[in-house]
Write a protein that binds this ligand. Structure first.
Ligand code: ARG
Length: 438
């Protein structure tokens, strides 16, 4: 260890066991690229302030710009025995460019550095999530093109309720909720407008580095308004983890629909995404959808972990904040994986049209349409409702369904024979869906 952040006042060398335990390097090496981006901006700020010559700035910038690609190519390995990615990079830089590397950290602290890195990482994560959600929306639209006009039951209380078109199910159970989550990403982006760089450890710097210059170099709208808040707040991360949690919950609810529709035989999974049983030869299980449902629990745990990490802290930076990264990364990675799996799952999810029509008929899903047809003919709703309730009860006693009713039976029950024209659940699904055309 190079002990970059140790002085005579810090008190001797770190116990290597403590160093190994406290390092964030295994997690925050993912910040390598944004850390270099932030350092390049800081170098520009220093150069403009006259703290670095043009040549010194060029040497530092070139080394920092090239580092991520060199690490990715395996040409450079970051030192393992540092406290975090920031120190690992500084220590590598010293070996790479020599003494000028010692000038880099003037006017900044790891506190504003890591806060900046996290905002830059979050910005990229939002862009990635938007495109993963776009891909899901495209897959859902393609599913609607293939199967959207099919009639299927909508359920209440896990019981057949009303005939709907399959597109209404996909739109209501998946597309619209995820579109609302995507809209929330705008709010995350708003929280990324202010650059933390320049806030230093907690009170800024006396050096003439213009934080507006470094902010602009990284694409932030403005420099920090307050250095204490700049290094201590992670609201953007919290909001993004909330969005991940809510989107995961939406996917989980959709996944439950799929699991149940498959169990009822109304949907079929392609073998490419179905798992078998190690014992029972006949199984084709919806593991993809169950795993997506299970992931929602992890997202909720992450949201609580982040809230609980923050809630006991005073203002400014505290080392507790180090654990924000593993939570944020897990939430974003986890959601991305689930979005991708649902996108894939939709390709291999096929409705069973005959089973859907049979479920609509067997479940007397047409009952409400019948009552409403009577209302349209002038009957009060409560009377119509009771009439149809009696029809359902008699038909069930006879082992029959509403769709089996014959005109004479309707007339014998004191109802118009024309009600016979309202018994088709597929027609009902189409009629109902017209109002929700897109
Ligand atoms: N590894 C630390 C983190 O992720 C970097 C900041 C360290 N700052 C400090 N004052 N020890 O939060």
């Amino acid at each position: 260890m190079t002990a970059i952040a140790r002085t005579a006042a810090t008190g001797g060398a770190l116990d290597p066991r403590f160093l190994r335990w406290q390092t964030s390097l295994p997690v925050d090496r993912r910040l390598l690229s944004v850390d270099c981006q932030g350092s390049v901006a800081h170098v520009e700020g220093q150069r403009r302030a006259g703290l670095l010559t043009d040549e010194e700035a060029r040497v530092l910038t070139e080394a920092l710009r090239g580092l991520p690609a060199r690490v990715a190519a395996g040409e450079v390995t970051l030192p393992e025995d540092e406290e975090d990615v920031h120190m690992a990079i500084e220590s590598w830089l010293r070996a790479e460019v020599g003494a000028v590397a010692s000038k880099l950290h003037a006017g900044r602290s790891r506190n504003d550095q890591v806060a900046t890195d996290l905002k830059l990482w979050t910005r990229d994560a939002v862009t990635r999530l938007r495109s993963t959600c776009d891909a899901l929306a495209r897959a859902a639209q393609a599913w609607i093109t293939r199967h959207g006009e099919l009639a299927m039951p909508a359920y209440t209380h896990r019981q057949v309720a009303i005939p709907v078109l399959a597109r209404l199910w996909i739109e209501g159970g998946l597309l619209d909720p995820i579109a609302r989550d995507v809209a929330l990403l705008d709010a995350v982006e708003q929280e990324l407008a202010t650059s933390p760089l320049g806030a230093g450890a907690i009170g800024g710097t006396t050096l003439p580095i213009d934080p507006a210059v470094t902010a602009a170099a990284m694409g932030f709208e403005r420099p920090p308004r307050n250095p204490i808040d700049a290094v201590g707040q992670r609201d953007h991360a919290l909001l993004l983890v909330f969005v991940c949690t809510r989107a995961a919950m939406h996917l989980a609810r959709f996944a439950t629909d799929v699991v149940e529709l498959c169990a009822d035989g109304l949907m079929k999974l392609g073998g490419a995404i179905a798992c078998g049983s190690s014992m029972m030869p006949h199984k084709r299980n919806p593991d993809l959808f169950e795993l997506v449902r299970g992931q929602a629990a992890l997202r909720q745990g992450e949201l609580v972990a982040l809230l609980t990490t923050f809630h006991g802290l005073g203002s400014g930076y505290h080392r507790d904040l180090q654990q924000d990264k593993q939570v944020l990364f897990a939430a974003v990675d986890g959601l991305e994986g689930c979005l991708e799996m649902i996108t894939l799952g939709l390709e291999h999810l096929t409705p069973n049209a005959e089973a859907c029509v049979a479920a609509l008929a067997d479940g007397d899903a047409i009952a409400t349409d019948l009552a409403e047809a009577l209302v349209a003919g002038g009957m009060a709703f409560r009377d119509a409702y009771q009439h149809v309730g009696r029809l359902v009860a008699t038909q069930r006693e006879r082992g029959e369904r509403l769709v089996d009713l014959r005109a004479e039976e309707l007339v014998a029950a004191g109802l118009p024979a024309s009600l016979k024209d309202h018994l088709d659940p597929v027609e009902s699904a189409r009629r109902r869906a017209r109002r929700y055309a897109r």
